[in-house]
Design a protein around this ligand. Structure first.
Ligand SMILES: [Zn+2]
Length: 148
């Protein structure tokens, strides 16, 4: 783990941390949980929201493999055909019932299966113009034997 690295976008997950967690907001009125966190509730528009940390594990709800560079912006990363690497992207449903859209560490379709258990990881993503490594969150398939 590269603790010198900084998040590509602040406020999405606890960092630095040995057990990083996604930061969401929960509405005090209707209990709706929103990720990324928002200042008001998208369900009831209530403004009484509290920060909550989400569980680090969940199940793969649906996924695909991105095989060509997405439009930039908003995509940040290698876009030249020779440096682009296909990557998995999907929705992971956490125990709170929240579905989080995220990169997957696995891009081999034969290794991905709806319903499989996934775990949050932070991975180095790009090095910015100042030489600072920026990281982002992703989910990886939970290794057999490590499942709780
Ligand atoms: Zn609400």
């Amino acid at each position: 783990m590269n603790i010198e690295a900084r998040p590509l976008k602040e406020g999405l997950y606890t960092w630095p941390s040995d057990d990083p967690q996604l930061i969401a907001s929960q509405c005090a009125a209707c209990d709706e949980i929103t990720f990324p966190s928002q200042e008001s509730c998208p369900n009831c528009t209530g403004r009484d929201v509290n920060e909550v940390l989400l569980s680090r594990q969940g199940r793969l709800y649906t996924w695909t493999v991105q095989r060509f560079p997405p439009p930039a912006p908003p995509y940040i990363g290698p876009s030249a055909r020779d440096s682009f690497q296909p990557f998995g992207v999907g929705y992971v449903e956490l125990s709170e019932g929240v579905r989080v859209e995220a990169r997957l560490t696995e891009s081999d379709a034969s290794q991905l299966e709806i319903g499989m258990e996934m775990e949050l990881v932070i991975q180095d993503f790009v090095t910015d113009d100042d030489g600072v490594v920026r990281n982002t969150f992703a989910f990886r398939p939970l290794p057999q034997g490590a499942r709780s």
